[in-house]
Design a binder for this molecule. Structure first.
Ligand code: AMP
Ligand code: MG
Length: 449
């Protein structure tokens, strides 16, 4: 990547290699990180709490669904041979020998030359092999005449089986309905409920410790004295972790001292994963490295991406012998979020038993150019909308500095300029990784209002 020119408007001085480590591609960094993760164990989870988790058992039916043959219509259960000659002008008259509501069991069979009134979902009585819906009988005119319905005129013939849902039509007893490893979507949760399960065996949610580092930080809600800034990273990262299915625990702020960071990590090491922010840029890194090297392994990487070039990754030794993966995010608020998207999200996915699939992405037309100053892959904050012709378009959400968190608040996607491309000009197509995917009809043109 030595052929890139440095544009006059670069935010940073011309790029130099600050670290011994060679720059890693995003994919290489991700592969190295993900090799430290595996699916967590499974637990019994109440059905409604299982949404989005991975099923860790096969769901097998103990019984047929539906359990009994039942009516697909409100109407009359008949024997098809009895109504074979029926027509509008020559209805077949049958005595009505029973009423079956949903949830009831038919009291008696339908014998030859009789009918039973039946509601949708009610079990079809023995003897009957078809249901004739109300509208193909003379029930309504009998009602209008004020007659009790002791007999019914059937105005249409029926095939055997007509309007009857056979037992086991949906699911057969003994059948494996949903296999281990499937994501618990609303549909799967519905199936589990229909099998009578109030809980399922599912891979548990990872619990993630979130530690901020920096002498300048105060927590939201506390008084901010001169020189201090609020700790936003802990909250944006915790929110992302929870969005992707983890349970986030904000442990606190470690000061830029060895003792303070050690104390925080002592607590953090009890979790499934530790995420720290800041302290990975050149001036700070030595403190982090010294502490972590004592407690496990740590490496600082330069990743060929903008924002979020510096990244630390390692594993901490827990007292119980586990190796707890540690993701050390950069401190700049946008860098921390973009790095967590690329590396934290798939790590959570693996712990949840999912395949580490890439973010959903679309191709959009750029409204504002994206520049690449130094051969890193650029993730530009954009708002995706649809123009009046129905095309997806992406416009910059503002200041693209790695500290300008404001432009993250309105970004629905990250537009990607490849590392070997100098610039993607306005008007050309670009790939956008969607952060949030609003319902499509909400993606209206903001300029047309
Ligand atoms: P550092 O990696 O410590 O050099 O931090 C880089 C930048 O990110 C500095 O401007 C920090 O003040 C800022 N920063 C670090 N941690 C946080 C945090 N938790 N919340 C908001 N900004 C932060
Ligand atoms: Mg710092």
């Amino acid at each position: 990547m030595t052929t890139h020119s440095h544009h006059a408007h670069t935010e940073e001085r011309p790029h130099r290699h600050h670290y011994d480590a060679e720059m890693l591609s995003v994919e290489d960094a991700r592969d190295r990180i993900l090799s430290y993760f595996e699916p967590l164990g499974s637990v019994d989870v109440p059905l409604l709490d299982s949404l989005g988790l991975t099923l860790d058992e096969d769901l097998v039916a103990d019984f047929d669904i539906p359990p009994l043959a039942n009516s697909a219509m409100d109407g009359y259960a008949v024997r098809s041979e009895d109504v074979a000659p029926a027509s509008r002008y020559n209805p077949v008259l049958l005595p009505v020998n029973g009423h079956i509501a949903a949830g009831e069991v038919p009291a008696e069979p339908v014998s030859q030359g009789t009918a039973a009134r039946i509601m949708t979902g009610a079990p079809v009585p023995e003897g009957a092999d078809a249901v004739v819906p109300f509208e193909d009988t003379d029930e309504e005119s009998r009602r209008l005449n004020g007659n009790a319905i002791s007999e019914i005129g059937i105005k249409l013939s029926a095939e055997p089986g007509e309007n009857i849902r056979p037992a086991g039509e949906d699911i057969r007893a003994g059948e494996t309905v949903v296999t281990k490893g499937t994501e618990l979507t609303p549909g799967v949760i519905g199936v589990a409920a229909s099998l009578g399960k109030s809980s399922v065996n599912a891979i548990r949610r990872p619990i993630i410790a979130i530690v901020s580092t920096g002498d300048e930080l105060v927590d939201p809600g506390d008084e901010r004295t001169p020189g201090k800034i609020y700790n936003s990273n802990a909250f944006s990262i915790a929110a992302m972790a929870e969005k992707y299915g983890a349970i986030a625990n904000i442990i606190g702020i470690a000061r830029d001292t060895i003792e303070s960071l050690e104390a925080m990590l002592e607590e953090a090491v009890n979790y499934d994963m530790v995420v720290t922010s800041a302290g990975v840029s050149k001036g700070d890194y030595d403190v982090v490295k010294d502490v972590l090297a004592k407690k496990g392994e740590i490496a600082l990487w330069s990743v060929r991406m903008r924002p979020a070039k510096p990244l630390a990754f390692g594993a901490l030794n827990a007292p119980d012998g586990r190796k707890v993966p540690h993701l050390g995010l950069p401190g700049n608020p946008v860098s921390a979020m973009v790095a967590f998207e690329q590396f934290g999200r798939p790590a959570i996915g693996i712990m949840l038993g999912k395949k580490p699939l890439p973010k959903p992405s679309i191709t959009a037309i750029l409204d504002d150019p994206v520049h690449n100053h130094d051969g890193r892959r650029v993730y530009a904050r954009v708002d995706v909308y649809r123009d009046n012709d129905g095309n997806y378009r992406a416009r910059s959400t503002g200041n693209q500095s790695s500290g300008a968190l404001h432009s993250m608040a309105y970004a629905s996607g990250l537009a990607i300029c490849p590392d070997d491309v100098d610039a993607v000009p306005a008007g050309s197509e670009i790939k956008v990784e969607m952060l949030d995917w609003p319902d499509d009809d909400l993606l209206g043109d903001p300029h047309s209002e």
